[in-house]
Design a protein around this ligand. Structure first.
Ligand SMILES: [Zn+2]
Length: 92
């Protein structure tokens, strides 16, 4: 089940295919996530793809190529890097 959270979407517990980080929220999009949508792991910043069950899988090569050209994905990735750098500097 997907529910509207405070500023994000509550999704079934899933795990980043790359690092195993648990994820149960999707943020930064006005619509709930759908199968095939991209998301980024906040822990390792890896690209993940939503499965039909809204868990996560490794992208296929063509999906990596699409994500590289997707302004939203790249903007989110930069924002996440900046947020992590701010935390590392003790600014949050
Ligand atoms: Zn990860």
């Amino acid at each position: 089940m997907v529910e509207r959270g405070f500023e994000d979407w509550l999704i079934p517990q899933g795990y980043c295919w790359q690092c195993g980080q648990g994820m149960n929220r999707a943020s930064g999009h006005p619509e709930p996530p759908r199968p095939g949508d991209f998301t980024l792991c906040f822990s390792c910043l890896s690209l993940n793809v939503f499965t039909p069950f809204l868990s996560f899988r490794k992208p296929m090569l063509a999906e990596y190529e699409l994500a590289l050209k997707d302004r939203t994905v790249q903007r989110m990735r930069r924002a996440m890097i900046e947020a992590k750098e701010a935390v590392a500097r003790g600014e949050s």
